[in-house]
Design a protein around this ligand. Structure first.
Ligand code: GLN
Length: 242
């Protein structure tokens, strides 16, 4: 049995759980060999977190989430989960902000983060709630098919990949560099090229957008598969096994 938690302090919790259930059903119906049983739980305490093999940090509001996590004594257990135990963790939107090692300064000043991804994020890159949009994404890690409908709500983007390892270290840490998993064209008037909207580094995965607000189960299915494969080969490191 594999236990996957969704951090349930604030934000889109139920939506993730419902898509995870669909993804698990799809995995078992598609596989010729028996797939593990999953249990999906809401995580509000360190004890619940310790039951989890993998975790999703949902969208919401990252400053609020950090304040609540601090109050409940969850920030350090979360950092341990992601950065010491190296358990598979996926953050969507505010969850991506929480998993970044730095977030660009906000009016209120800094905010507490969990870290795990050596990136700096730019919060609210596309503006306010009113500037929310849905955009088609080509995500090379998904099987061929329709573009993925990316739901962007006060979304952050990765504005900088912070290189923490020198060449030797990179070799030692092979597979631990930040990988760009998805991009989206910069809005007009905000520069040339593409914004980074999905990244992975070892066990940590982050998306700017909200797959849980669509009925497209592909990213959840892909991620659960990574979780299963990582656990099967005895490691916690999702990327190293793929
Ligand atoms: N703008 C929010 C933040 O910075 C994220 C919004 C979201 O999760 N939809 O935390």
């Amino acid at each position: 049995q594999i236990t996957v938690g969704v951090l349930a302090l604030q934000g889109g919790v139920i939506e993730h759980i419902s898509l995870l259930q669909k993804a698990a059903a799809q995995l078992s119906s598609r596989s010729s060999t028996p797939t593990p049983q999953f249990s999906f739980i809401q995580v509000r305490t360190a004890a619940q977190l310790s039951q989890c093999d993998a975790l999703i940090i949902p969208g919401g509001e990252s400053t609020t989430m950090a304040i609540v996590a601090r109050r409940l004594g969850l920030l350090d257990p979360l950092r341990e989960f992601v950065k010491v135990q190296h358990k598979p963790t996926w953050g969507t939107c505010a969850g991506l902000v929480m998993l970044a090692s730095a977030a660009s300064a906000t009016k209120q000043g800094g905010q507490e983060l969990i870290g795990g991804l050596d990136v700096k994020v730019l919060r609210n890159r596309y503006g306010t709630q009113l500037q929310s949009f849905v955009g088609d994404l080509r995500l090379p890690f998904l099987e061929e098919g329709e573009p993925f409908r990316g739901v962007f709500i006060r979304a952050p983007v990765v504005e900088e990949i912070i290189t923490t390892a020198g060449d030797d270290e990179v070799t030692k840490l092979k597979g631990k560099q930040v990988e760009v998993m998805g991009t989206y064209p910069k809005p007009q008037g905000t520069g040339e090229g593409e914004d980074i909207v999905a990244v992975r580094q070892g066990n940590v995965f982050g998306t700017s957008f909200h797959p849980e607000l669509t009925d497209d189960v592909r990213i959840h299915t892909w991620w659960l598969k990574q979780v299963v494969e990582g656990l099967k080969s005895g490691g916690r490191d999702v990327q190293a096994q793929s």
